[in-house]
Structure formats: structure tokens, C-alpha cells
Design a protein around this ligand. Structure first.
Ligand code: NAD
Length: 325
């Protein structure tokens, strides 16, 4: 599998397509059949990880939620409790359903605790080295036929898979934010992902009552390939003084009928995640049109990451968000 580590650009992958066309799912797995998925492990209890735990437990899966930070794990469990309570108050679920969902989630402090899971979804920070280290630490503890997935917004699934012992049982499982609300899940096959693995993940999406869209393994897949350059352009528009934070967001809300302005949305996603995705697009497609705006870089360097740090293009410390420029 070593050559797969060199698949870095869309052009490299295109050159490999003829090699894979005869065997689209990378051949037959010798790891035994994919089992019935009952227990789901989630690595990372941030806004995506806790959202994924929330919807998985409501759908009846047993969930093991892990984070490298004990504080983040506790915060993630509190957010799930709060969000389920909101669903009870809106009469979307009963208080018994909430109690059962909470009881199905076990917070766990170490990766080996995920060893008995049937499916693992990695939802840690959008940095390739972080994700690679997680997979390398996790893999020795997994059952041979456990399906391993990443919620990455942009990083090559093929490259992540090549760092594991099971590229054929590895794929992209990309939820949207906020997970309990958003209907779409992008499913991304790596070059070696087998058909059984894809079908098992698709069945999970169906059980969650969400809709799957299949994307090929190119930088940022579909949603972020289109969305993130728009957000980056909004930051350039601010940087060049074409408009203020309010005028840019109002323009897109009222002029293009977007439910949120692009800067408001960037704060919601996390400016560190936006910058990481732009860097993956810029490096992976080698095109200057994906150059991250220097102002976005500066905000991230300042630790102004958006809602999660109470400050980004808006300041969230008061009762209402206040534009910062
Ligand atoms: P976040 O910053 O809210 O949470 C990331 C969590 O990962 C943190 O709690 C951190 O402590 C934890 N973490 C870091 N290193 C870890 C490790 N080694 N082991 C276990 N946990 C670790 O980020 P997020 O917005 O939840 O994003 C997580 C992933 O989901 C990223 O890959 C991101 O691209 C993707 N994603 C984000 C969005 C979004 O809108 N924010 C949408 C779809 C997908």
C-alpha cells in the first residue's frame, strides 16, 4: 500500500483511476464479513463528536465517546444532555427516550476502551498529524472487522486509510453541523474501500434518518469544496474593506437568501477548521484560487476561533453577538 501515500493531488488520483476501474472497491476483504453494527466509538467530543454521539444514541446504538481532554469530554456530555433536553421541551422526544439515550453513551478516557466497537468515527481536530496519531494508537486494539471512519471535512481518506491496517474497511463519514439538525452525510470511499464497508455505513445513515451523498476522495469532497472558497472570499471582502462584517453577512442573507451570513457561518464552523480546510484545498489542488485569506490566518493565530472561543468575526461575550469590524 506504500504507493498510496504518494496520492496527493487530484491529478495523481486521476492517473490511478485506470488501475482501480477493474476492481472498484479494492478487491475482496479477508477480514471476515462486516458485522451488525451495535456499538459505535467516537473519537473527539467537540461540537461534531458530541453531535454524532447524540444522534447515534437516539437511534439505538451504544456509544463510547472519547476525548484526549477530560474537560472536553465532560463539556461534550453536558452539551448532549442540554440538546436532548431541548428536544424534550419541544416534544420531539419523550423524557424516557432522553434518559435511554443518555444511558447508552459511555464517556471513555482512553482509546483502547474503544476496542470492542463495531464502527469507529474519528471526529478530532482537523489536522492530519492528529488524526494519523489517533489511528496508529487505536488500530492495535480493534477487532479485525471493525469499520474505521473519519469525519474529516477535507483530508484525503486514501492517505488516512493507508496509515491503518485496514484500508478496505476505512472510509469518510462526514456529518454536517449541527449534527442533530442537518440531514446530509457525505460518504467518501478511499481508493481501497470495499463495497461491504460502504453499504454498512450507508445503512447507518439510513437508520439515523439522514440522507447520504456520495463524494469522491478529492480535497474537501463536495460540500466544503464549494462552501469554503465562498467563506474565504467573504473574509477577503472584509480584508480589502469592500464591506463590514454586518454588510457582508446581510448582503448574502438578504441578497442571496442564505439562512446565515458567511462570516457568521465561519464563526459557527470554527475559524481553525475553515483555515485547515483552505490549506488542504490549496496544497491538494495546487491552485492559488484556494489561497487562505491572511486575515483568516491572523484570527486563528490570535486564538479567535469563532463561537467556541467566544470571539471570531463577532464577539459572543455579551447578550447578542457584536460584529468586530
Ligand atoms: P472541535 O474543535 O469542536 O473538537 C475537536 C475535539 O477533538 C476537541 O474536543 C479536542 O479535544 C479533540 N481532540 C483533539 N485531539 C484529540 C485526540 N488525539 N484524541 C481525542 N480527541 C482529540 O472541532 P469540530 O468542529 O468538532 O471538528 C471535528 C472534526 O469534524 C474535524 O475533522 C472537522 O473538520 C470535522 N467537521 C467539522 C464541522 C464543523 O462545522 N465544525 C463540520 C463537519 C465536519
Amino acid at each position: 500500500m506504500t504507493f498510496l501515500r504518494h496520492v496527493r493531488t487530484a491529478r495523481d488520483a486521476a492517473l490511478l483511476l485506470p488501475l482501480t476501474a477493474a476492481c472498484p472497491y479494492g478487491g475482496v476483504s479477508n477480514r471476515g464479513p462486516v458485522m451488525d453494527i451495535k456499538t459505535v466509538g467516537i473519537v473527539g467530543a467537540g461540537q461534531m463528536g458530541n453531535g454524532i454521539a447524540h444522534v447515534m444514541s437516539l437511534a439505538g446504538y451504544d456509544v463510547m465517546l472519547n476525548d484526549v481532554s477530560g474537560d472536553a469530554l465532560n463539556a461534550g456530555m453536558s452539551v448532549i444532555d442540554r440538546n436532548l433536553e431541548r428536544q424534550v421541551s419541544r416534544e420531539k422526544i419523550t423524557s424516557d427516550e432522553k434518559a435511554m439515550a443518555m444511558a447508552r453513551i459511555s464517556p471513555v478516557q482512553s482509546l483502547p476502551d474503544l476496542g470492542q466497537c463495531d464502527l469507529v468515527i474519528e471526529a478530532a481536530t482537523e489536522r492530519e498529524t492528529v488524526k494519523q496519531a489517533i489511528f496508529e494508537d487505536l488500530v492495535p486494539h480493534l477487532k479485525p472487522n471493525t469499520i474505521l471512519t473519519s469525519n474529516t471535512s477535507s483530508i484525503s481518506i486514501t492517505r488516512l486509510a493507508s496509515r491503518t491496517d485496514r484500508p478496505e474497511k476505512f472510509m469518510g463519514f462526514h456529518f454536517m453541523n449541527p449534527v442533530p439538525v442537518m440531514k446530509l452525510v457525505e460518504l467518501i470511499r478511499g481508493i481501497a474501500t470495499d463495497g461491504e464497508t460502504f453499504d454498512a455505513c450507508k445503512a447507518v445513515v439510513d437508520k439515523l434518518g439522514k440522507t447520504a451523498a456520495t463524494a469522491e476522495d478529492f480535497p474537501a469532497f463536495i460540500v466544503n469544496r464549494i462552501l469554503m472558497p465562498m467563506i474565504n472570499e467573504a473574509v477577503y471582502t472584509l480584508y480589502e474593506g469592500v464591506g463590514s462584517v454586518s454588510s457582508i453577512d446581510s448582503s448574502l442573507k438578504l441578497g442571496a437568501n442564505h439562512p446565515m451570513g458567511p462570516l457568521e457561518l465561519a464563526d459557527f464552523i470554527g475559524l481553525d477548521t475553515c483555515l485547515a480546510i483552505m490549506n488542504v484545498l490549496h496544497d491538494g489542488l495546487a491552485d492559488t484560487k484556494y489561497r487562505p485569506c491572511p486575515l483568516l490566518t491572523k484570527y486563528v493565530e490570535a486564538g479567535w476561533l469563532g463561537r467556541k472561543t467566544q470571539r471570531g468575526f463577532y464577539d459572543y461575550r455579551g447578550d447578542v453577538p457584536v460584529p468586530t469590524r
